[in-house]
Design a protein around this ligand. Structure first.
Ligand code: ATP
Length: 329
């Protein structure tokens, strides 16, 4: 095995190998015993399915917050389990190399924490690559060419916009409003407008389900009546979900457009010709690309695989160390 390309996201962790492509795509959740916090009982889908119904004595943890590590021990336990699952058959126990994607706005301390965790979790040699650069590479863009590219990433915990060119970052903005906040907005809408309290997974399912549901069709969500406490079903029109998410989405877009102030005038022609690349799960919401187009004044192209292109790009970096070297400063 030549190594692992890793996207450790707030919401999802995706791992790829040059030989097999994406080999792991799971929610960034872990279950541990409260008394034994550094041994993973379950990770990914298994751990996430227990959101809102975790038994006593078991704790559910999210190892990443806003795209970065906050607790080294928890992150190490999670990343070790991820590496073990992604590369179960290592010849002679050889430790794989790794390239890990990191938010473009991560501080030197946050980058160091990620490098340390990568090493301690079992990677032989660790390189870091900014997420928008990896996302662009995963979408077939050469981040070393002397042309500017603008990448918008709407993830689970953070939204970022980054202009890249010739191995360097031209401008960058980020905010801590993204998919999780959109899910929360829908939860609050359901409580305020329909008097129903739903679980986090239900609210997220309704949010993610809306883009796949045609206009005029409806979604059914189950929850608890806020007044009587009894179980209740509510039928939601797709447009209603989109409208409920619009104020939060506008806030995200507003912050991201501030990046344009720092974009050199010379780069505008490149972005106009190529369009803005939209990646991350939030870019799949209905109406987002139109909103971005209106705010940015550039055409917007959503990635073909918005949820996995960062890991695909990080994996490609294993074969293109010159990209990691160029963007390491
Ligand atoms: N089809 C979809 N429509 C809308 N939102 C979606 C869809 N699929 C996933 N999402 C949302 O996208 C978010 C996760 O996106 P992604 O995996 O890109 O984030 P991440 O990389 O884990 O987070 P971050 O970049 O903040 O660290 C979640 O909030 C999820 O609800």
């Amino acid at each position: 095995m030549r190594g692992l390309g890793i996207d450790l996201g707030t919401a999802n962790t995706v791992v790829g190998t040059p030989e097999e492509g994406v080999v792991l795509n799971e929610p960034s959740f872990m279950l541990v015993r409260t008394k034994e916090p550094h041994r993973a009982l379950a990770i990914g889908h298994d751990a996430r399915s227990l959101v809102g119904r975790t038994p006593i004595g078991i704790t559910q943890v999210r190892p990443m917050h806003n795209g970065v590590i906050v607790d080294l021990e928890t992150a190490r336990t999670f990343v070790s389990a991820v590496i073990k699952r992604a590369s179960p058959h290592r010849p002679y126990g050889v430790r794989p190399k790794g390239v890990i994607a990191v938010p473009a706005g991560a501080t030197p301390l946050e980058r160091r924490a990620l490098l340390e965790v990568g090493h301690e979790a079992g990677l032989r040699k660790v390189g870091l690559i900014p997420e928008p650069v990896a996302g662009a590479l995963g979408c077939g863009i050469n981040p070393l060419e002397p042309r500017a590219h603008l990448v918008v990433d709407i993830g689970g915990g953070t939204s970022e916009v980054t202009a890249i060119c010739f191995g360097g970052i031209l401008s960058h903005r980020s905010c801590r409003l993204a998919g999780d906040e959109l899910t929360h907005a829908l939860y609050q809408y359901l409580r305020a407008e329909h008097n129903i309290i739903v679980g986090e997974l239900t609210a997220e399912r309704a949010k993610v389900g809306a883009p796949d549901t045609e206009d005029g069709q409806s979604l059914v969500v189950e929850g608890r009546d806020a007044v009587t406490g009894r179980a209740r079903l509510v039928t939601l029109e797709t447009e209603e979900v989109v409208d409920a998410l619009r104020p939060t989405m506008s806030g995200i877009v507003q912050t991201l457009t501030e990046c344009l102030e720092d974009l050199p005038a010379q780069a505008i022609g490149d972005v106009m010709a190529e369009g803005v690349l939209a990646i991350g799960g939030g870019s799949m919401l209905r109406g987002v690309s139109e909103m971005l187009e209106q705010a940015f004044g550039f055409p917007v192209k959503t990635a073909e695989r918005p949820l996995t292109c960062v890991a695909e790009g990080a994996t490609a970096c294993l074969e293109h160390p010159e990209v990691v070297a160029a963007y390491s400063n």
